[in-house]
Design a protein around this ligand. Structure first.
Ligand code: HEC
Length: 493
């Protein structure tokens, strides 16, 4: 079996000149016989490269209503014309019957990445409301006459690095939101975090540009918004006035929000993270006035759907990213949820507060019922020490070149920290020997590590290998130094 491997390559993407991928759930109304499809962001992000003449770039970041018999477009609504912020409109759409201004409407609701909650008439595509459900600063509001967002000066990062809310992870992404027809509320897992958007080549060399990465980058900060904390990111003390200070309060939050789609306001909210990116899961709501959500820290939490009161909190020891589901067998109702850390989270190191940082990341299906047993927890992580690196006679130039190629082809999946995919500073003697078989000829393709011989030469693979050996040596030496220090300290006492 051969697994086709396509890697993200900015140069290739520049040729694609598009984007608009449909990567989340669609919706279908059998009565109206309409299929609703949400489309993705522009790619590459830089519209000047993608579409030098500018324009709205229809049908990127749009909701399309299609007649499935003919394939013809019946109506469309574009949430983010001329997208440059990775603001997809693929997020799952919910159909409901709502009374708006005294009129019963068949609506379609979406909370796309751009931070505005859209209520559309799903027969005609008429925009009924578009209010921000999360903090946004890239646009001030949506003009109800034109349906277009009013982009702010802050939203224009071509003039200099800007801190923008929401981030490219969206104020809401694939984690399913849920609508409860009894409370008439939508429960949204909100990702209230910003990005520094930077036009890399024009950043005046001020920003630490990782060669091989995107030329237009959105970098998610954590920690504090002050020049000193941000220095490592920018390479020098950044000019905060130009980036602009964010809203007061924590920079990075995740919250579960109960949103009233008619009154367009938050009815209750629960903070689910404490100032870090927790990768919380999707939401389930039931007729019994309950809302269920799993979290990055391993807690499975049950709330009252009308008030948001926390009713139950069960620690599972596993990161939960998926949405729960419910079913009943012989009169007993069960709630099931899949656990495990992964997805796009693997491009960054695991947060120390995540369950996956302390316990083995086991992919499990947990099933709950009233008066069920304790949840068994996975064992604690026990990371082996770094293996000693093999000898290498690579030159500093080869190592540097390998670093760039690593960033281009490997860093989307492999980070230098514990994660779902192997930390390549920890590879064994055997893997070192088989490095090119694995990387170029697909020896591990059946495990998800595809072959790269369509984009890398033997020499490229050697340079990447040289870079990894040098990183392994650094980590190994650091660990040994620390161990020596501990030993010396122990012998003194
Ligand atoms: C699309 C994701 C993805 C990309 C991109 C990727 N890898 Fe992997 N890689 C994996 C996965 C998944 C595994 C684990 C396979 C397994 O369990 O053996 C893996 C395993 C490996 C291993 C074996 C590690 C070990 O200790 O067993 C090596 C070596 C490796 N990758 C090198 C690379 C290099 C070099 C690149 C860039 C040219 C790269 N990978 C790009 C997903 C990826």
């Amino acid at each position: 079996m051969e697994v086709a491997q396509k890697t993200w390559d900015p140069q290739r993407a520049a040729f694609v000149k598009g984007g608009g991928t449909v990567w989340d759930g669609m919706a279908y109304d059998p009565e109206l016989n309409l299929l609703y499809v949400g489309t993705g962001n522009g790619a590459p992000y830089d519209q000047r490269k993608r579409s030098p003449a500018g324009g709205d770039n229809l049908y990127l970041s749009s909701i399309l209503a299609i007649n499935p018999d003919t394939g013809r477009l019946v109506w469309h609504y574009q949430t983010t014309p001329g997208d440059i912020w990775d603001f997809t409109a693929v997020q799952k759409m919910i159909q409901a019957d709502l009374v708006i201004n005294g009129r019963q409407r068949k609506v379609l609701m979406q909370a796309p990445k751009n931070g505005f909650f859209y209520v559309l008439d799903r027969a005609t595509g008429e925009l009924l409301s578009a209010k921000n459900y999360s903090y946004v600063n890239w646009a001030s509001h949506v003009d109800m006459k034109t349906g277009r967002p009013a982009v702010t000066k802050q939203g224009d990062y071509y003039t200099g690095p800007k801190l923008l809310y929401p981030s490219w992870s969206g104020a809401h992404s694939w984690q399913p939101m849920a609508f409860n027809p009894k409370t008439n509320l939508v429960y949204i897992p909100v990702i209230d975090i910003p990005n520094f958007w930077v036009d890399m080549p024009n950043s005046g060399g001020k920003l630490k540009f990782v060669n091989g990465f995107f030329t237009t980058a959105g970098i998610t900060p954590d920690g504090a918004f002050d020049a000193k904390t941000l220095k490592p990111l920018f390479g020098t003390l950044p000019d905060l006035k130009q980036i602009k200070a964010p809203r007061p309060g924590a920079l990075v939050r995740e919250v579960l929000r109960a949103w009233d789609p008619v009154k367009q306001k938050v009815v209750w909210e629960q903070e689910t993270s404490n100032g870090y990116r927790s990768y919380d899961g999707g939401v389930l709501t039931t007729a019994g006035n309950l809302v269920f959500q799993g979290r990055g820290d391993g807690d499975f939490v049950v709330y009252a759907a009308d008030t948001g009161k926390q009713l139950k909190r069960i620690n599972t020891g596993s990161t939960i990213m998926a949405a729960p589901m419910t079913y009943s067998v012989n009169g007993t109702q069960y709630v099931a949820v899949q656990t495990g850390y992964g997805g796009t989270a693997i491009v960054t190191p695991i947060s120390p507060k995540s369950a996956a940082a302390t316990r083995v990341n086991e992919n499990r299906i947990l099933v709950f019922k009233l008066d069920g047993d304790e949840v068994p927890k996975p064992p604690l992580r026990n990371d082996e020490p770094f293996p000693s690196p093999p000898k290498s006679d690579a030159t500093p130039e080869q190592i540097k070149s390998g670093e760039i190629k690593f960033n281009q082809h490997c860093a989307q999946c492999h980070v230098f920290s514990p994660n779902v995919t192997p930390d390549l500073r920890r590879i064994s003697e055997g893997v070192h020997q088989n490095f090119k078989e694995i990387v170029l000829r697909g020896q591990r393709a059946f495990m998800g590590m595809g072959r790269f011989d369509d984009v890398l030469t033997e020499n490229d693979a050697d340079e990447i290998h040289a870079y990894l050996i040098s990183e392994q040596a650094n980590a190994y030496n650091l660990e040994h130094k620390q161990e020596e220090k501990l030993k010396q300290r122990a012998s003194k006492h």
